[in-house]
Write a protein that binds this ligand. Structure first.
Ligand SMILES: [Cu+2]
Length: 292
């Protein structure tokens, strides 16, 4: 179990580092569990450099990923061959304009062994092409055309990206505060529990208007994370409520949070995060009102 937890911390750090790389053809960060079926959704957000539109996508499937089917795209022809899946626009009108986002989805089964999978993707355009096929290596950790990365995780490690976590500061004697972050589960999951050594009780809360009063309460059954969609925990919305605080929380220190998720198959998995303490944001409803 201990190594799983360390892996989770490493994954969170890697996910945070790759957050800005959305211009590439990529898979949603957060990973997937070894041995599971997985919908690999390749995100295309722009055409090749200097081009007006994307006219083709060819995914070279890495060894260990067993393809079941690929999702067709209207107006495009889909071809699968051993080791590759490709989509080609049937006409200039069907091509994907620059700046328009799309997902090209391949369903398959992941290898039983955890590790990294790299999907190399050739993007062809009305002018030229871009081969997203470089695997980061020592001395070249940020290649210009990276392949799409998938973290294949051991069971017990949450296949959830945890980004931009922070905890609102608390003065000595204050009973509660909030923790906030962005969560994304590529295959879907549910956040069911939170623990931290700084609080006796930690709950997932939501803000709801009752009449004209904003109140917060525990989210019954946990917080649903739909597949491939970000869920933001932020002041005034969903948040983690830390109650029965054991100490003051000072700006600049970090608070360990352990998040427990349940995946679609009902399995529990954990992610551990070190969340920095920050001052409350201005206009912050959850900072002042604590009605439970
Ligand atoms: Cu609350």
């Amino acid at each position: 179990m201990k190594t799983y937890l360390l892996d989770a911390v490493a994954l969170v750090a890697a996910a945070a580092a790759s957050g800005a790389a959305s211009a590439h053809v990529s898979l949603p960060p957060g990973g997937a569990t070894a041995g599971d079926s997985y919908a690999a959704a390749f995100r295309v957000g722009h055409a090749c450099s200097g081009a007006r539109s994307t006219t083709g996508i060819t995914v070279r499937v890495p060894e260990g990923f067993s393809v079941q089917k690929a999702e067709p795209r209207p107006g495009w022809t889909l071809a699968t061959a051993p080791g590759s899946v490709s989509w080609r626009a049937g006409s200039a009108g069907a091509a994907l304009p620059d700046k328009e986002r799309a997902e090209f989805v391949v369903h398959g089964t992941l290898p039983a062994k955890p590790g990294l999978l790299w999907f190399k993707v050739l993007q062809t355009c009305d002018v030229g092409n871009a081969d997203w096929a470089e695997v980061p290596a020592a001395g070249n950790d940020k290649p210009a055309f990276p392949a799409a990365r998938l973290d294949v995780l051991a069971p017990g490690v949450a296949a959830v990206e945890v980004r931009d976590a922070w905890v609102r500061m608390a003065v000595k004697g204050q009973s509660g505060t909030g923790a906030f972050m962005t969560l994304a589960a590529p295959s879907g999951a549910r956040l069911v529990a939170v623990t931290t050594p700084v609080a006796g009780v930690a709950e997932v809360h939501e803000m709801k208007m009752e009449g004209d009063v904003m109140r917060m309460r525990a989210v019954a059954g946990g917080l649903e994370l739909p597949p491939r969609r970000e869920v933001q925990l932020k002041p005034g919305g969903y948040h983690l409520m830390l109650m029965d605080l054991k100490k003051a929380l000072v700006v600049g220190e970090t608070v360990p949070l352990e998040l427990e998720f349940v995946d679609r198959a009902g399995r529990k998995a954990v992610a551990r995060v070190q969340a920095p303490v920050r001052a409350a944001a201005g206009g912050d409803a959850a900072a002042s009102a604590h009605r439970h």
